[in-house]
Design a protein around this ligand. Structure first.
Ligand SMILES: Cc1cc2nc3c(=O)[nH]c(=O)nc-3n(C[C@H](O)[C@H](O)[C@H](O)COP(=O)(O)OP(=O)(O)OC[C@H]3O[C@@H](n4cnc5c(N)ncnc54)[C@H](O)[C@@H]3O)c2cc1C
Length: 456
Protein backbone atom coordinates (compact mmCIF):
# COMPACT_ATOMS: atom_id res chain seq x y z
CA UNK A 1 0.00 0.00 0.00
CA UNK A 2 2.39 2.69 1.26
CA UNK A 3 5.28 1.70 -1.00
CA UNK A 4 3.13 1.79 -4.16
CA UNK A 5 1.65 5.20 -3.29
CA UNK A 6 5.07 6.62 -2.34
CA UNK A 7 6.60 5.42 -5.63
CA UNK A 8 3.73 6.97 -7.60
CA UNK A 9 3.93 10.32 -5.81
CA UNK A 10 7.69 10.68 -6.25
CA UNK A 11 7.63 9.54 -9.89
CA UNK A 12 4.71 11.88 -10.66
CA UNK A 13 6.87 14.75 -9.44
CA UNK A 14 9.60 13.70 -11.88
CA UNK A 15 11.86 11.80 -9.49
CA UNK A 16 13.01 8.30 -10.56
CA UNK A 17 12.14 5.47 -8.15
CA UNK A 18 13.29 1.88 -7.67
CA UNK A 19 10.59 -0.14 -5.90
CA UNK A 20 11.89 -3.30 -4.17
CA UNK A 21 9.16 -5.87 -3.50
CA UNK A 22 10.04 -9.31 -2.17
CA UNK A 23 6.81 -11.04 -3.11
CA UNK A 24 7.39 -13.03 -6.25
CA UNK A 25 10.62 -14.39 -4.74
CA UNK A 26 9.71 -14.52 -1.05
CA UNK A 27 6.22 -14.74 0.45
CA UNK A 28 4.73 -13.18 3.59
CA UNK A 29 2.48 -15.23 5.90
CA UNK A 30 -0.63 -13.28 4.82
CA UNK A 31 -0.36 -12.17 1.17
CA UNK A 32 -1.66 -14.52 -1.51
CA UNK A 33 -0.37 -12.96 -4.77
CA UNK A 34 2.64 -11.06 -6.07
CA UNK A 35 0.52 -8.01 -7.01
CA UNK A 36 1.44 -4.63 -5.58
CA UNK A 37 -1.06 -3.11 -3.10
CA UNK A 38 -2.66 -6.46 -2.29
CA UNK A 39 -5.45 -6.23 0.29
CA UNK A 40 -4.60 -8.91 2.83
CA UNK A 41 -8.00 -9.21 4.46
CA UNK A 42 -11.17 -7.15 4.07
CA UNK A 43 -11.79 -5.42 0.72
CA UNK A 44 -13.01 -2.20 2.33
CA UNK A 45 -11.39 1.22 2.54
CA UNK A 46 -14.17 2.06 5.05
CA UNK A 47 -16.43 5.12 4.92
CA UNK A 48 -16.21 7.39 1.88
CA UNK A 49 -18.19 10.18 3.60
CA UNK A 50 -15.81 13.11 3.65
CA UNK A 51 -18.12 15.41 5.59
CA UNK A 52 -18.85 13.28 8.62
CA UNK A 53 -16.15 10.64 8.76
CA UNK A 54 -12.41 11.05 9.37
CA UNK A 55 -11.38 8.19 7.07
CA UNK A 56 -13.72 9.52 4.35
CA UNK A 57 -11.97 12.87 4.75
CA UNK A 58 -8.60 11.16 4.32
CA UNK A 59 -9.90 9.62 1.05
CA UNK A 60 -10.90 13.06 -0.21
CA UNK A 61 -7.60 14.66 0.79
CA UNK A 62 -5.68 11.93 -1.03
CA UNK A 63 -7.85 12.44 -4.12
CA UNK A 64 -6.91 16.12 -4.03
CA UNK A 65 -3.21 15.19 -3.68
CA UNK A 66 -3.21 13.04 -6.82
CA UNK A 67 -3.43 9.77 -4.84
CA UNK A 68 -3.09 6.80 -7.17
CA UNK A 69 -4.52 4.09 -4.94
CA UNK A 70 -7.61 6.06 -3.94
CA UNK A 71 -8.32 6.85 -7.62
CA UNK A 72 -7.94 3.21 -8.66
CA UNK A 73 -10.05 2.12 -5.68
CA UNK A 74 -12.92 4.25 -7.00
CA UNK A 75 -12.35 2.77 -10.49
CA UNK A 76 -12.69 -0.75 -9.04
CA UNK A 77 -15.44 -0.05 -6.52
CA UNK A 78 -18.04 -2.69 -5.64
CA UNK A 79 -21.38 -1.88 -3.94
CA UNK A 80 -20.96 -1.36 -0.17
CA UNK A 81 -23.35 1.43 0.85
CA UNK A 82 -21.47 4.51 1.98
CA UNK A 83 -18.19 2.55 2.28
CA UNK A 84 -15.56 2.36 -0.45
CA UNK A 85 -15.07 -1.36 -1.09
CA UNK A 86 -13.10 -2.68 -4.03
CA UNK A 87 -12.73 -5.67 -6.29
CA UNK A 88 -9.44 -6.72 -4.73
CA UNK A 89 -7.93 -8.44 -7.78
CA UNK A 90 -8.93 -5.72 -10.21
CA UNK A 91 -7.62 -3.04 -7.86
CA UNK A 92 -4.18 -4.52 -7.16
CA UNK A 93 -3.72 -5.58 -10.80
CA UNK A 94 -4.43 -1.98 -11.83
CA UNK A 95 -1.90 -0.57 -9.33
CA UNK A 96 0.72 -3.05 -10.56
CA UNK A 97 -0.01 -2.19 -14.16
CA UNK A 98 0.29 1.59 -13.68
CA UNK A 99 3.58 1.32 -11.79
CA UNK A 100 5.08 -1.27 -14.16
CA UNK A 101 4.35 1.02 -17.09
CA UNK A 102 5.56 4.24 -15.46
CA UNK A 103 8.77 5.37 -17.19
CA UNK A 104 10.32 6.58 -13.92
CA UNK A 105 9.51 3.47 -11.84
CA UNK A 106 11.64 0.32 -11.87
CA UNK A 107 10.27 -2.66 -9.96
CA UNK A 108 12.86 -5.08 -8.57
CA UNK A 109 11.58 -8.33 -7.10
CA UNK A 110 13.94 -9.04 -4.21
CA UNK A 111 14.10 -9.01 -0.44
CA UNK A 112 16.04 -6.11 1.02
CA UNK A 113 17.49 -8.08 3.93
CA UNK A 114 19.09 -5.24 5.92
CA UNK A 115 18.99 -1.44 6.14
CA UNK A 116 20.50 -0.40 2.79
CA UNK A 117 24.07 0.93 2.79
CA UNK A 118 24.73 4.70 2.85
CA UNK A 119 25.17 4.86 -0.95
CA UNK A 120 21.34 4.54 -1.11
CA UNK A 121 20.92 8.22 -0.44
CA UNK A 122 17.13 8.45 -0.22
CA UNK A 123 15.23 5.43 1.07
CA UNK A 124 11.61 4.86 2.08
CA UNK A 125 11.03 1.73 4.15
CA UNK A 126 7.39 0.70 3.78
CA UNK A 127 7.59 -2.99 4.55
CA UNK A 128 4.42 -3.17 6.59
CA UNK A 129 3.21 -5.21 9.55
CA UNK A 130 4.90 -8.33 8.15
CA UNK A 131 8.34 -6.84 7.46
CA UNK A 132 10.69 -9.76 6.74
CA UNK A 133 12.50 -11.04 9.85
CA UNK A 134 15.94 -10.19 8.60
CA UNK A 135 15.10 -6.55 7.81
CA UNK A 136 13.13 -6.22 11.06
CA UNK A 137 16.19 -7.28 13.04
CA UNK A 138 18.34 -4.83 11.13
CA UNK A 139 15.86 -2.02 11.90
CA UNK A 140 15.78 -3.11 15.55
CA UNK A 141 19.58 -2.96 15.73
CA UNK A 142 19.66 0.53 14.24
CA UNK A 143 16.93 1.96 16.46
CA UNK A 144 16.76 0.12 19.72
CA UNK A 145 15.18 -3.31 20.18
CA UNK A 146 12.70 -1.78 22.62
CA UNK A 147 11.53 0.75 20.02
CA UNK A 148 10.42 -1.89 17.50
CA UNK A 149 7.33 -3.89 18.43
CA UNK A 150 6.27 -7.22 16.95
CA UNK A 151 2.76 -7.18 18.37
CA UNK A 152 -0.02 -4.64 18.67
CA UNK A 153 -1.06 -5.06 22.26
CA UNK A 154 -3.81 -2.53 22.07
CA UNK A 155 -5.80 -1.36 25.04
CA UNK A 156 -9.14 0.27 24.17
CA UNK A 157 -9.07 4.03 23.65
CA UNK A 158 -12.02 6.11 24.86
CA UNK A 159 -13.27 9.57 23.95
CA UNK A 160 -12.87 11.92 26.90
CA UNK A 161 -16.32 13.47 26.44
CA UNK A 162 -17.96 10.10 27.00
CA UNK A 163 -16.34 9.45 30.42
CA UNK A 164 -18.63 10.18 33.36
CA UNK A 165 -16.48 12.55 35.44
CA UNK A 166 -19.22 12.64 38.13
CA UNK A 167 -18.02 9.14 38.98
CA UNK A 168 -14.39 9.12 37.84
CA UNK A 169 -11.74 11.52 39.12
CA UNK A 170 -8.29 12.71 38.14
CA UNK A 171 -5.30 11.74 40.26
CA UNK A 172 -1.87 10.18 39.86
CA UNK A 173 -1.06 7.30 42.19
CA UNK A 174 0.29 8.72 45.47
CA UNK A 175 -0.11 12.15 43.82
CA UNK A 176 3.30 11.54 42.32
CA UNK A 177 4.19 14.50 40.08
CA UNK A 178 4.95 13.86 36.40
CA UNK A 179 7.72 15.59 34.39
CA UNK A 180 5.64 18.80 34.19
CA UNK A 181 4.74 18.65 37.89
CA UNK A 182 1.18 17.40 37.23
CA UNK A 183 -0.17 15.22 40.05
CA UNK A 184 -3.47 14.40 38.35
CA UNK A 185 -2.36 12.70 35.16
CA UNK A 186 -4.74 9.72 35.28
CA UNK A 187 -8.51 9.30 35.22
CA UNK A 188 -9.61 6.79 37.88
CA UNK A 189 -12.77 4.67 37.87
CA UNK A 190 -13.60 3.04 41.24
CA UNK A 191 -15.16 -0.42 41.69
CA UNK A 192 -16.79 -1.82 44.83
CA UNK A 193 -16.17 -5.49 45.69
CA UNK A 194 -19.50 -6.46 44.18
CA UNK A 195 -18.82 -4.52 40.98
CA UNK A 196 -15.32 -6.00 40.74
CA UNK A 197 -16.61 -9.55 41.05
CA UNK A 198 -19.32 -8.99 38.45
CA UNK A 199 -16.71 -7.47 36.14
CA UNK A 200 -14.30 -10.43 36.55
CA UNK A 201 -17.14 -12.90 35.86
CA UNK A 202 -18.06 -11.05 32.67
CA UNK A 203 -14.42 -10.84 31.59
CA UNK A 204 -13.95 -14.60 32.02
CA UNK A 205 -17.20 -15.40 30.24
CA UNK A 206 -16.66 -12.97 27.31
CA UNK A 207 -16.07 -14.43 23.86
CA UNK A 208 -12.37 -14.37 22.78
CA UNK A 209 -10.58 -14.48 19.44
CA UNK A 210 -7.80 -17.01 18.75
CA UNK A 211 -4.30 -16.41 17.45
CA UNK A 212 -3.84 -17.40 13.81
CA UNK A 213 -1.49 -20.34 13.17
CA UNK A 214 1.36 -18.14 11.95
CA UNK A 215 1.05 -15.80 14.90
CA UNK A 216 1.35 -18.53 17.50
CA UNK A 217 5.16 -18.74 17.23
CA UNK A 218 5.81 -14.99 17.51
CA UNK A 219 7.23 -14.29 20.98
CA UNK A 220 4.56 -12.94 23.26
CA UNK A 221 5.75 -11.25 26.40
CA UNK A 222 4.50 -11.30 29.96
CA UNK A 223 4.48 -7.50 29.99
CA UNK A 224 1.49 -7.37 27.64
CA UNK A 225 -0.68 -10.25 28.78
CA UNK A 226 -4.32 -9.86 27.80
CA UNK A 227 -6.43 -8.61 30.70
CA UNK A 228 -8.64 -11.73 30.57
CA UNK A 229 -5.57 -14.01 30.74
CA UNK A 230 -4.49 -12.18 33.91
CA UNK A 231 -8.00 -12.67 35.30
CA UNK A 232 -7.81 -16.40 34.50
CA UNK A 233 -4.69 -16.65 36.65
CA UNK A 234 -6.70 -15.82 39.73
CA UNK A 235 -9.63 -13.67 40.79
CA UNK A 236 -7.42 -11.23 42.65
CA UNK A 237 -4.63 -10.96 40.04
CA UNK A 238 -5.98 -7.78 38.46
CA UNK A 239 -6.58 -6.19 41.87
CA UNK A 240 -2.89 -6.66 42.62
CA UNK A 241 -1.91 -5.66 39.07
CA UNK A 242 -3.26 -2.89 36.83
CA UNK A 243 -6.46 -2.46 38.91
CA UNK A 244 -4.72 -2.01 42.28
CA UNK A 245 -6.52 0.60 44.36
CA UNK A 246 -3.50 1.81 46.34
CA UNK A 247 -2.36 5.45 46.48
CA UNK A 248 -5.71 6.72 45.19
CA UNK A 249 -8.48 8.53 47.09
CA UNK A 250 -11.93 9.06 45.67
CA UNK A 251 -12.64 12.76 46.45
CA UNK A 252 -16.40 12.07 46.62
CA UNK A 253 -15.97 9.35 49.20
CA UNK A 254 -12.55 9.86 50.79
CA UNK A 255 -13.19 7.52 53.76
CA UNK A 256 -14.15 4.49 51.65
CA UNK A 257 -11.30 2.70 49.88
CA UNK A 258 -12.34 1.41 46.46
CA UNK A 259 -11.95 -2.37 46.07
CA UNK A 260 -10.25 -1.87 42.68
CA UNK A 261 -9.55 1.06 40.35
CA UNK A 262 -9.37 1.12 36.56
CA UNK A 263 -7.00 3.84 35.34
CA UNK A 264 -7.08 5.70 32.03
CA UNK A 265 -3.99 7.40 30.65
CA UNK A 266 -4.03 10.38 28.28
CA UNK A 267 -3.38 9.17 24.76
CA UNK A 268 -3.03 12.31 22.65
CA UNK A 269 -1.67 15.78 23.26
CA UNK A 270 -5.15 17.30 22.86
CA UNK A 271 -6.47 15.26 25.79
CA UNK A 272 -9.46 14.07 23.76
CA UNK A 273 -8.48 10.37 23.85
CA UNK A 274 -7.65 8.18 26.85
CA UNK A 275 -6.44 4.57 26.93
CA UNK A 276 -7.36 1.95 29.53
CA UNK A 277 -4.15 1.07 31.35
CA UNK A 278 -3.31 -2.65 31.14
CA UNK A 279 -6.41 -3.53 29.12
CA UNK A 280 -4.84 -5.15 26.04
CA UNK A 281 -7.25 -7.94 25.19
CA UNK A 282 -8.28 -10.76 22.87
CA UNK A 283 -11.98 -10.36 23.73
CA UNK A 284 -14.20 -10.02 20.65
CA UNK A 285 -15.28 -6.44 19.91
CA UNK A 286 -18.92 -6.87 20.96
CA UNK A 287 -17.89 -8.45 24.26
CA UNK A 288 -15.38 -5.66 24.93
CA UNK A 289 -17.91 -2.83 24.76
CA UNK A 290 -20.38 -4.76 26.94
CA UNK A 291 -17.83 -5.78 29.57
CA UNK A 292 -15.88 -2.51 29.74
CA UNK A 293 -19.06 -0.41 30.02
CA UNK A 294 -19.71 -2.25 33.32
CA UNK A 295 -16.88 -0.15 34.82
CA UNK A 296 -18.33 2.77 36.82
CA UNK A 297 -17.68 6.00 34.91
CA UNK A 298 -17.53 4.17 31.56
CA UNK A 299 -21.25 3.29 31.28
CA UNK A 300 -21.56 5.41 28.13
CA UNK A 301 -17.97 5.11 26.90
CA UNK A 302 -17.45 5.81 23.21
CA UNK A 303 -14.55 3.62 22.08
CA UNK A 304 -12.29 5.24 19.51
CA UNK A 305 -10.65 1.91 19.07
CA UNK A 306 -11.22 -1.38 20.77
CA UNK A 307 -8.42 -3.53 22.13
CA UNK A 308 -6.61 -6.34 20.39
CA UNK A 309 -3.41 -8.32 20.04
CA UNK A 310 -2.04 -9.04 16.55
CA UNK A 311 1.27 -9.69 14.88
CA UNK A 312 2.46 -6.26 13.71
CA UNK A 313 5.92 -4.79 13.22
CA UNK A 314 5.97 -1.07 14.03
CA UNK A 315 8.31 1.61 15.31
CA UNK A 316 8.03 3.84 18.33
CA UNK A 317 7.60 6.66 15.81
CA UNK A 318 6.90 9.56 18.20
CA UNK A 319 10.40 9.01 19.54
CA UNK A 320 12.24 7.98 16.38
CA UNK A 321 10.79 9.95 13.45
CA UNK A 322 10.75 13.65 12.63
CA UNK A 323 7.79 15.45 11.06
CA UNK A 324 8.98 14.48 7.58
CA UNK A 325 8.87 10.76 8.47
CA UNK A 326 12.69 10.64 8.57
CA UNK A 327 14.61 8.61 11.10
CA UNK A 328 16.10 11.29 13.36
CA UNK A 329 19.25 9.22 13.69
CA UNK A 330 19.85 8.81 9.94
CA UNK A 331 17.74 11.14 7.91
CA UNK A 332 18.37 9.56 4.51
CA UNK A 333 15.91 6.90 5.77
CA UNK A 334 12.18 7.55 5.74
CA UNK A 335 9.48 5.18 6.97
CA UNK A 336 5.93 4.92 5.67
CA UNK A 337 2.82 2.80 6.10
CA UNK A 338 1.82 0.55 8.92
CA UNK A 339 5.42 0.23 10.15
CA UNK A 340 5.15 3.87 11.34
CA UNK A 341 2.31 2.99 13.71
CA UNK A 342 -0.69 3.97 11.64
CA UNK A 343 -3.34 1.30 11.23
CA UNK A 344 -5.26 0.32 8.12
CA UNK A 345 -5.05 0.28 4.33
CA UNK A 346 -6.08 3.92 3.97
CA UNK A 347 -3.82 5.32 6.68
CA UNK A 348 -0.89 3.30 5.29
CA UNK A 349 -1.43 4.75 1.81
CA UNK A 350 -1.68 8.22 3.33
CA UNK A 351 1.73 7.93 4.98
CA UNK A 352 3.11 6.56 1.69
CA UNK A 353 1.69 9.58 -0.12
CA UNK A 354 3.43 11.97 2.28
CA UNK A 355 6.74 10.07 2.38
CA UNK A 356 6.85 9.92 -1.44
CA UNK A 357 6.16 13.64 -1.73
CA UNK A 358 8.61 14.60 1.02
CA UNK A 359 11.40 12.49 -0.52
CA UNK A 360 10.71 14.02 -3.94
CA UNK A 361 10.68 17.62 -2.64
CA UNK A 362 14.01 16.95 -0.97
CA UNK A 363 15.47 15.53 -4.19
CA UNK A 364 14.18 18.54 -6.11
CA UNK A 365 15.78 20.90 -3.58
CA UNK A 366 12.39 22.26 -2.49
CA UNK A 367 11.33 23.04 1.07
CA UNK A 368 9.43 20.24 2.79
CA UNK A 369 6.39 21.54 4.66
CA UNK A 370 4.18 18.97 6.40
CA UNK A 371 0.41 19.38 5.87
CA UNK A 372 -1.47 21.45 8.50
CA UNK A 373 -2.53 19.66 11.69
CA UNK A 374 -6.16 20.53 10.87
CA UNK A 375 -6.14 18.18 7.84
CA UNK A 376 -6.57 14.41 8.16
CA UNK A 377 -3.12 13.90 6.60
CA UNK A 378 -1.57 16.36 9.05
CA UNK A 379 -3.48 15.07 12.09
CA UNK A 380 -2.34 11.50 11.44
CA UNK A 381 1.24 12.54 10.70
CA UNK A 382 1.26 14.73 13.82
CA UNK A 383 -0.04 11.88 15.95
CA UNK A 384 2.68 9.42 14.98
CA UNK A 385 5.53 11.90 14.94
CA UNK A 386 4.81 13.79 18.12
CA UNK A 387 1.14 14.27 19.06
CA UNK A 388 0.93 10.92 20.76
CA UNK A 389 2.11 11.03 24.33
CA UNK A 390 5.22 8.86 24.03
CA UNK A 391 5.91 8.82 27.78
CA UNK A 392 4.98 5.52 29.37
CA UNK A 393 5.85 3.60 26.21
CA UNK A 394 2.20 3.13 25.33
CA UNK A 395 2.42 4.05 21.63
CA UNK A 396 0.08 1.75 19.76
CA UNK A 397 -1.14 1.84 16.16
CA UNK A 398 -3.98 4.20 15.38
CA UNK A 399 -6.66 4.69 12.76
CA UNK A 400 -7.44 8.24 11.70
CA UNK A 401 -10.22 9.70 13.88
CA UNK A 402 -11.60 13.09 14.86
CA UNK A 403 -9.93 12.86 18.27
CA UNK A 404 -6.62 13.58 16.52
CA UNK A 405 -7.78 16.93 15.15
CA UNK A 406 -7.46 20.26 16.95
CA UNK A 407 -10.80 21.28 18.48
CA UNK A 408 -13.16 23.68 16.73
CA UNK A 409 -14.76 26.41 18.82
CA UNK A 410 -17.35 27.76 16.41
CA UNK A 411 -19.99 25.00 16.65
CA UNK A 412 -23.41 26.70 16.56
CA UNK A 413 -25.95 25.98 19.29
CA UNK A 414 -28.91 26.40 16.92
CA UNK A 415 -29.86 25.43 13.40
CA UNK A 416 -30.52 28.15 10.80
CA UNK A 417 -34.26 27.98 11.56
CA UNK A 418 -33.60 28.56 15.27
CA UNK A 419 -33.96 24.95 16.59
CA UNK A 420 -31.58 24.02 19.39
CA UNK A 421 -28.82 21.58 18.34
CA UNK A 422 -28.32 18.69 20.77
CA UNK A 423 -26.40 15.42 21.13
CA UNK A 424 -25.79 13.71 17.81
CA UNK A 425 -26.92 16.71 15.75
CA UNK A 426 -24.39 18.89 17.50
CA UNK A 427 -21.71 16.23 16.96
CA UNK A 428 -22.52 16.17 13.25
CA UNK A 429 -22.38 19.96 13.03
CA UNK A 430 -18.95 19.87 14.69
CA UNK A 431 -17.67 17.22 12.26
CA UNK A 432 -18.91 19.27 9.29
CA UNK A 433 -16.99 22.28 10.54
CA UNK A 434 -13.84 20.19 11.10
CA UNK A 435 -13.95 18.58 7.66
CA UNK A 436 -14.64 21.87 5.85
CA UNK A 437 -11.72 23.44 7.72
CA UNK A 438 -9.52 20.49 6.74
CA UNK A 439 -10.27 20.74 3.01
CA UNK A 440 -9.83 24.49 3.06
CA UNK A 441 -6.45 24.22 4.83
CA UNK A 442 -5.35 21.40 2.51
CA UNK A 443 -6.14 23.61 -0.47
CA UNK A 444 -4.02 26.42 1.01
CA UNK A 445 -1.15 24.01 1.69
CA UNK A 446 -1.19 22.70 -1.87
CA UNK A 447 -1.36 26.26 -3.24
CA UNK A 448 1.57 27.38 -1.12
CA UNK A 449 3.73 24.49 -2.32
CA UNK A 450 3.69 26.22 -5.70
CA UNK A 451 3.13 24.98 -9.23
CA UNK A 452 6.51 23.21 -9.50
CA UNK A 453 5.43 20.49 -7.05
CA UNK A 454 1.99 19.92 -8.52
CA UNK A 455 2.17 16.61 -10.38
CA UNK A 456 2.02 16.70 -14.18
C1 LIG B 1 -3.36 -10.39 8.46
C2 LIG B 1 -3.64 -8.94 8.33
C3 LIG B 1 -4.92 -8.51 8.04
C4 LIG B 1 -5.18 -7.13 7.91
N1 LIG B 1 -6.43 -6.76 7.59
C5 LIG B 1 -6.71 -5.44 7.38
C6 LIG B 1 -8.01 -5.04 6.97
O1 LIG B 1 -8.90 -5.85 6.80
N2 LIG B 1 -8.23 -3.72 6.77
C7 LIG B 1 -7.28 -2.79 6.94
O2 LIG B 1 -7.53 -1.60 6.71
N3 LIG B 1 -6.03 -3.14 7.33
C8 LIG B 1 -5.72 -4.45 7.56
N4 LIG B 1 -4.47 -4.83 7.97
C9 LIG B 1 -3.51 -3.80 8.35
C10 LIG B 1 -2.78 -3.00 7.26
O3 LIG B 1 -3.53 -1.93 6.89
C11 LIG B 1 -2.37 -3.71 6.06
O4 LIG B 1 -1.47 -4.68 6.47
C12 LIG B 1 -1.72 -2.78 4.98
O5 LIG B 1 -1.48 -3.58 3.88
C13 LIG B 1 -0.45 -2.11 5.45
O6 LIG B 1 0.13 -1.39 4.38
P1 LIG B 1 1.72 -1.25 4.24
O7 LIG B 1 1.98 -0.59 2.97
O8 LIG B 1 2.26 -0.63 5.46
O9 LIG B 1 2.24 -2.75 4.21
P2 LIG B 1 1.96 -3.88 3.10
O10 LIG B 1 0.76 -3.57 2.28
O11 LIG B 1 2.00 -5.19 3.84
O12 LIG B 1 3.24 -3.76 2.15
C14 LIG B 1 4.51 -4.09 2.62
C15 LIG B 1 5.23 -4.79 1.48
O13 LIG B 1 6.61 -4.94 1.83
C16 LIG B 1 7.04 -6.21 1.39
N5 LIG B 1 8.24 -6.54 2.20
C17 LIG B 1 8.31 -6.85 3.51
N6 LIG B 1 9.60 -6.99 3.90
C18 LIG B 1 10.36 -6.78 2.78
C19 LIG B 1 11.74 -6.78 2.53
N7 LIG B 1 12.64 -7.02 3.49
N8 LIG B 1 12.20 -6.53 1.26
C20 LIG B 1 11.32 -6.27 0.25
N9 LIG B 1 9.97 -6.26 0.44
C21 LIG B 1 9.50 -6.50 1.69
C22 LIG B 1 5.85 -7.11 1.58
O14 LIG B 1 5.93 -8.23 0.71
C23 LIG B 1 4.69 -6.19 1.24
O15 LIG B 1 4.32 -6.30 -0.10
C24 LIG B 1 -4.16 -6.18 8.10
C25 LIG B 1 -2.87 -6.63 8.42
C26 LIG B 1 -2.61 -7.98 8.53
C27 LIG B 1 -1.21 -8.42 8.84
Amino acid sequence: MAGSEAAWQAASLGVPVILHEMRGVKETPAHKTDHLAELVCSNSFRSDDHELNAVGLLHEEMRRCNGLLIRLASDHQVPAGSALAVDRDGFSAAVTNVLEKHPLVTIVREEVPTIPSPDWSSVIIATGPLTSDSLAHSIGALTDEADLAFFDAIAPIIEFDSINMDVAWRQSRYDKPGPQGDTAAYINCPLTEEQYNAFIDALLAGEKTEFRDWEKDTPYFEGCLPVEVMAERGRETLRFGPLKPVGLTNPRDPDVKPHAVVQLRQDNALGTLWNMVGFQTKLKYGAQSDVFRMIPGLENAVFHRLGGIHRNTFLNSPKLLDDQLRLKKQNRLRFAGQVTGVEGYVESQAMGLLAGRFAAYERLGLPVTPPPATTALGALLGHITGGHIAAGGSFQPMNVNFGLFPEVTNVPNKTEDGKRLRGKEKGRAKKRIMTARALNDLHQWLEELGPEVQPA
